[in-house]
Design a protein around this ligand. Structure first.
Ligand code: SF4
Length: 456
């Protein structure tokens, strides 16, 4: 796997009209995908036949301050937002990267982690390739560049025939975008359109925010080429069992996105309903852990016939805690983030619904806040199974020691977070709510069964 864990968002736009500026659309698209990465952002844009790159650390409006000052225009722009594991907050690792190749200058933005990057890196460096970062995006670009005698499409097919793991990437040269998902479609990528402008996004929610129409999700193993000729679609990798990351449905994606043809919000509601069926309980009210538990809490409340209410208010101007870089920053962010509404909670038996427990810090703090707000009993209901195993495909949960369910039993977790009752959704319930079998989705962090070999 890559030395750097990256959960990312990609947004690209191309106008058939060479005079039309798509920079504002990419800006909007990246804002819409900000939940997928808050540590860095970058854009590559085509300007007079060459590729210019702007990148920086922080949220989109901080990272891309330079672009606001210079106001460049372009009909072809590739953007990226990124979250990495601790210790790698350097602008050198911020995407898109640009390589100078026999095919001309190429920019790349990728989402996901390869699980055979050590072999790929060794192979490339033995051939004398100079690599400047520890990211998979650069490895993929170098693997494509090495096939200099092939046309771009064949060079891409050849390069990805050697890769194993999760990747969704977009390449940009001076004529075309090339967008590809791995053969199991582990990371999302889709295409939209607004008049003359084609857009590629990690999530469909960004099209809505750009006023664009959602056209289709790129299939696993499919290469989509977008240029003046329009869209070409072709399968370049033999399709394997689909293995979309189930954590996209549970937590990562925005509820207004569509994944594998299913509404994320409706899947989360179904997860809550399934949890209610599996673990019925009487209570005064059901509430959500803001805000990722809301859809599941609505499902659970309707299944149990209980009132849904708001027991905590979130400060919207503090970032998501799960993807902040280190433990200390995460804990500080949480203190600023939530306030209990005492008149709702006082003397009530409350079911608090959350999407998942990864490290346990958020749940512990939230339960404490509910008690401070006057709740007499707190049942924590988690709309996913225990997150017991590391993720090798790009979600920032690579160290088993960081995962509370890896070392503690359910009862020990209940005590650690200070809840009166703790319940998880079963694995079978997870598959049932989504309408898939275990072979049709990646649930490695819950089941310990991964859809690829892990060659790390
Ligand atoms: S292991 Fe878990 S988080 Fe990682 S890709 Fe699979 S489902 Fe997603």
């Amino acid at each position: 796997m890559a030395e750097i864990t990256e959960e990312c968002g990609i947004f690209a736009a191309f106008s058939l009209n060479a005079d039309e500026d798509v920079v504002p659309f990419v800006y909007n698209g990246l804002f819409s995908l900000q939940h997928r990465g808050q540590e860095a952002a970058g854009v590559a844009l085509l300007s007079n036949g060459s590729i210019e790159v702007y990148k920086g650390l922080g949220l989109v409006n901080q990272a891309l301050r330079e672009i606001e000052g210079k106001s460049p225009t372009s009909n072809m722009v590739l953007g990226h937002v990124r979250c990495s594991s601790s210790g790698e907050r350097s602008v050198v690792n911020v995407q898109p990267f640009v390589g100078h190749t026999a095919h001309g200058d190429i920019a790349i933005a990728n989402n996901g982690n390869l699980v055979n990057s050590r072999n790929l890196r060794e192979d490339l460096t033995k051939r004398g390739t100079l690599l400047q970062t520890r990211t998979d995006a650069e490895l993929i670009l170098a693997s494509i560049a090495k096939n200099s005698r092939l046309d771009m499409q064949s060079a891409i097919s050849q390069a990805v025939s050697q890769t194993v793991g999760a990747y969704s990437f977009v390449l940009m040269d001076s004529n075309s975008f090339y967008a590809l998902r791995d053969p199991q479609g582990m990371k999302p990528l889709c295409v939209g359109r607004l008049a003359d402008i084609y857009m590629i996004s990690s999530e469909s929610c960004a099209f809505e925010n750009c006023g664009a129409e959602f056209l289709f999700e790129i299939d696993p193993g499919e290469l989509v080429i977008i240029n003046q000729e329009g869209i070409q679609r072709q399968n370049v990798l033999s399709i394997e069992d689909p293995a979309l990351c189930v954590f996209e449905y549970i937590y990562l994606a925005r509820p207004d996105s569509i994944l594998a043809g299913k509404s994320v919000h409706q899947i989360r509601r179904a997860l809550g309903r399934e949890l209610g069926r599996e673990k019925p309980l009487d209570a005064d009210l059901v509430m959500a852990a803001p805000e990722s538990g809301t859809s599941a809490a609505l499902g659970l409340a309707s299944e149990l016939g209980l009132p849904f209410d708001i027991g905590l208010v979130k400060n919207r101007y503090v970032g998501r805690t799960f993807i902040r870089p280190d433990q200390k920053t995460r804990q500080n962010a949480l203190r600023l983030k939530l306030t209990p509404i005492a008149p709702v909670l006082k003397d009530k038996k409350v079911i608090l619904v959350d999407d998942s427990i990864v490290r346990g810090n958020t749940s512990r703090k939230t339960v404490k806040l509910l008690r401070e707000g006057g709740a007499k009993e707190v049942a924590v209901y988690i709309a996913s199974p225990p997150f017991k195993h590391p993720c090798f495909y790009g979600v920032d949960a690579t160290n088993p020691k960081d995962l509370i369910a890896n070392s503690l039993s359910k009862e020990e977790i209940r005590q650690a977070i200070g809840a009166d009752i703790l319940e998880f959704l079963s694995l079978e319930g997870l598959y049932r709510a989504i309408g898939v079998s275990a072979q049709e989705i990646c649930s490695g962090c819950f089941s310990g069964k991964y859809p690829t070999v892990i060659d790390i």
